[in-house]
Ligand binder design. Sequence first.
Ligand code: GLC
Length: 735
Amino acid sequence: MLVSASCTTNNKAPSSEGTPYNAKVDSLMNLMTLQEKIGQTVMYSGGWSVTGPTVSSNNKKFIKEGAVGAMLNVYSVKGTRELQRLAVEETRLGIPLLFGYDVIHGFKTIFPINLGLAASWDLEDIEKGSRIAAEEASAEGIHWTFAPMVDIARDPRWGRISEGAGEDVYLGSEIAKAYVKGFQGDDLSKHNTILACAKHFVGYGAAQAGRDYHTVNMGYDELRNVYLPPFKAAVDVGVETFMTAFNEVNGVPATGNKFIFRDVLRDEWGFKGFVVTDYTAINELVEHGFAEDEKHATELAIKAGIDQDMMSSANRLYLEALVNEGKVDVKLIDDACRRILLAKYKLGLFEDPYRYCDEQREKEMVYKPEFLEAARQTAAMCSVLLKNEDKALPLDKNETIALIGPLARDKENILGNWAAAGDRKGRAISVYQGIQEYLSDSKIVFAKGCNIEGEDQSGFDQAIKAARKADKVVMVMGEDYDMSGEAASRTNIKLPGRQTDLIKAIRKAVPNKAIILVLMNGRPLDLSEEDTLADAILETWFPGTSGGYGVADVLFGAYNPSGKLPVTFPRTLGQIPIYYNMKNTGRPIPPDDPKEDYKSNYIDVPNTPLYPFGHGLSYTTFEYGNLELSGETIGMSDTLTASVTVTNTGDYDGHEVVQLYIHDKVGSITRPVKELKGFKKIFLEKGQSKRVSFELSPKDLEFYNNEAFVIEPGAFEIAIKGTSDFDFEHSFNLE
Ligand code: GLC
């Protein structure tokens, strides 16, 4: 067994120490009073788009006192310039403010929600979308985004599953890197780059019962092998900030957790940026039962390595007294202040505090046509074709369609949750408008049919009439944008309201017509009923500002769908948590006899999901040829090459996400039945074949076994497929 370097030496992140600014920061800090240093560790909200319980504070008064280091939820050149002027021109030292905002999947040009972006498996496009978001946000005075959210999530009850990259550690880690590179670019001193923020550190997605903010308790093997790696990936590409999670981690709330912030983040990973709390999270240490009072909470947070306090007022109210009482070493405040000042220097704010306040750039950058076009293409790429019987899709321009459902003409929910400064009042393109690009109005018979929520079925008759007049039925349904995101957990993950009843009514009315269900939702849904009713199901998540165009491009075949699920869709809530890379257990169901007694199964539903991780259909078909390995056995210093030929055997050109999976058959702790270890998105014209190869090194097989990071010799299974739903047929040995 090789005990990997990971646990003994620091995998140093690109260090910000020795940056050209250290001397400048030191000389500035020598001029600062303790109160002014504490001021840098305080963030208040401008209250423009409240993202949490607002705590009243007289922002301008505190800014002028030098008691504030950053503001969130303030944007626009005018809005940020006004507050920046107070900081720069009306305080003793003129230290500029940082302006932060939740630019999660776009600033004004809104892209599909992040779970949808993950479904594209297109790292280049994810980076490009984040770059566009940074261009728009920086043009409106924003220096810092509270993104990417890199929380692994395996419970669709949890509303914030919508904000991340789904259930898999490898996919989540690769996507984390793409976001950070997109937001931060290659030079933070440029005025179109912004600080990124890896959040929420750590384990937030494992909230018990999928209930937001709930307790998180897990083995250190799961913490190290599943929930920590995407954050490490962000550090490896130089993410400048981290945000604490609201939850406790094994009894210690993240915002007071020395192990994760000092031992892991700083000592093991070498992170040199700064850590901000989530909204009022310091004060919440009292509610957690971890702090006696807010003053004690303040002491615990700074000692845990937390640098900046978002909206608790804790640092402003208590840090000076804690120092004077000898409870907090002033060095801790110096360290926090230094990290925050360093970020401001990197952004060039001391050189020009108004460099992100350019009216001309604001006019030019926001809603640029190429940004809106990019959002259209991304919306198409994120769509996942879950089902397509009898070639119900693509639609034919000569056919008349009935367009039914509460989200068919929607221009508000289509942006999804966390839509930053996106316009919910009409700018977004609805699916109806997208379809109008392909069909004249005479070929579209619209009927809303029902609302997203509520019991009203009075619209059913009109919808049935529309269906009877048409050749095919397109039903656009799903959730309200507020049904996912923060504080939006659901105990029922079916379509809300009477939407499923409407589908049943249409199916009954036109039993032989194709029904195409188009979904907008922020989580995996229980679609077991819909799967029996619809001929085709297209998952579009919440596709954003240009979403209607992108969805229509897929519906009419202008874009051949290529999305793959980043998260499992269960058959029923009762299966949760269910994800592809589970453990085998000592009593797995034998594949040839699923009904055998005393095995790890349910008596009422199969163990398998409705739609598995990595699943996504195309209008064409792809064939995977025999896997070839560069060797049956590799040593600890070797690399294995695995290759397969992929052929487009259907009638459409298209993209395919080719996925590499392994299975470590025996380990010093049990290993998942499958693990994604690589993927490549390729394009094949109809009839074309391509050889696709992956390199696998022993380092790729490393895991934490509750004592150390290890790479263990033994037998491994390997496969290259277009989904996680397969049985292994090949293996190799690691010596
Ligand atoms: C919220 C969220 C966090 C967000 C922050 C600022 O409560 O948990 O993701 O970045 O507040 O809006």
